[in-house]
Design a protein around this ligand. Structure first.
Ligand code: SF4
Ligand code: SF4
Length: 281
C-alpha cells in the first residue's frame, strides 16, 4: 500500500474511497480556485518543465535536497498514481458522472487539443466539480473541437479508456489539493509532463501502481509487442531463450503490456507480494 492508502484510504486503496471524490471536498473555495488556476494557466506547466531541465544539470547535493522537498509539496496539492484498467472500472462503479476535457499537458507539449482527461464526481451530473470545470478559461483549447467540456455516460467513458490503453496510454488518477481526487488521465512519457517529471527528470509527482507485472515464460512467444508499449523500460528480451522478462524494480504496474499481449502471457500481481518491488513507489 502506498503512503496515500495509509493516510487517505484507511489502509485500503485510497482512490477507491468515494469520499475522496465527494462534493463536500470540492466545495472548499481554496480547492476550487486551485483547480481553475491549474487549468487556466498552462504557461505555469511549461515554466516548471524548464526548471526541471535546469535541475537535471544541478550538482548531486542540490538535487538530493530539492527533489524530496518539491515531491513532498506536490503530495499535498497535486499528486497522482498509476492504476490498471480493473481499478479504473472499480472507480467507475461508484462515481456517478464523468466529464471529458482536453489534456493541459498535451496543450503544452504538442500545442494541440487532445481529450485524454476525465473529471469524475460522486454527485449527479458532475455536481460542483462540473461547476468548477465550467468556470475554467477554455482559451487553451485550440484544436479542432472547441465545444468545451463533454458530459459522458460511464460506459462511453470506460470504452474510451480501453481504447487509450490499446494506444499504449497509461491510466493515472490525480488529486487537486489532496485527498480530493479530480479525475483520471491517460499518459505517455513523451507528452505527459507528470510522467516526464517522474521518469525522465526523477522528480516524482506520482506513485507507481499497487501492482507489478509478471510474464509467464511458457506462454510468451517472444514477439516483443509488450516491449514497444512499456513507457518505463521495464521489459527486456533474451535472445538466448527468445522470451521477454519484466524487471520488477522498474515496473510501474500500469498493465499496458498486458493489454498488448495476444498470448495472455502477462498478469499483474499485488506489489506487496513481490519482494523486489514491495517498497518501491
Ligand atoms: S507481447 Fe506477450 S507473447 Fe509477445 S513478447 Fe510480450 S509477453 Fe511475450
Ligand atoms: S512492464 Fe507492463 S505493467 Fe510494468 S510498467 Fe511496463 S507496461 Fe506497465
Amino acid at each position: 500500500m502506498c503512503q496515500f492508502c495509509h493516510k487517505h484510504g484507511e489502509g485500503k486503496k485510497w482512490y477507491l474511497q468515494a469520499k475522496n471524490y465527494s462534493d463536500d471536498l470540492v466545495s472548499d473555495l481554496r480547492r476550487r480556485k486551485f483547480i481553475i488556476d491549474f487549468f487556466s494557466h498552462p504557461e505555469e506547466l511549461s515554466h516548471e518543465d524548464t526548471q526541471l531541465e535546469r535541475l537535471d544539470q544541478a550538482p548531486a547535493f542540490v538535487r538530493a535536497t530539492l527533489v524530496p522537498l518539491v515531491s513532498n509539496r506536490q503530495k499535498k496539492v497535486h499528486f497522482g498514481q498509476v492504476l490498471p484498467i480493473e481499478d479504473v472500472e472499480s472507480i467507475f462503479n461508484f462515481v456517478t458522472s464523468v466529464v471529458r476535457l482536453a489534456c493541459i499537458c498535451r496543450h503544452v507539449t504538442l500545442g494541440t487539443e487532445q481529450r485524454y482527461c476525465y473529471g469524475l464526481s460522486t454527485a449527479p451530473q458532475g455536481g460542483r466539480l462540473k461547476e468548477v470545470f465550467d468556470r475554467i478559461d477554455t482559451a487553451y483549447l485550440n484544436g479542432p473541437d472547441v465545444t468545451g467540456f463533454e458530459v459522458l455516460g460511464k460506459e462511453e467513458a470506460l470504452d474510451s479508456m480501453r481504447r487509450h490503453e490499446k494506444e499504449g496510454l497509461c491510466h493515472t488518477v490525480w488529486t487537486f489539493i489532496t485527498p480530493f481526487i479530480g479525475g483520471i488521465c491517460n499518459c505517455d512519457r513523451s507528452d505527459c509532463m507528470a510522467m516526464r517529471s517522474t521518469v525522465v527528470h526523477k522528480m516524482p509527482v506520482m506513485f507507481r501502481a499497487e501492482y507489478v507485472a509478471e510474464v509467464s515464460p511458457d506462454m510468451c512467444n517472444g514477439c516483443r509487442q509488450c516491449m514497444r508499449f512499456c513507457q518505463f523500460g521495464a521489459i527486456g528480451y533474451s535472445a538466448a531463450n527468445t522470451k521477454v522478462s519484466i524487471d520488477a524494480t522498474r515496473c510501474y504496474g500500469c498493465g499496458i503490456c498486458r493489454a498488448s499481449c495476444t498470448k495472455d502471457a502477462i498478469v499483474l500481481k499485488d506489489r506487496t507480494s513481490v519482494p523486489a518491488a514491495a517498497r518501491l513507489w
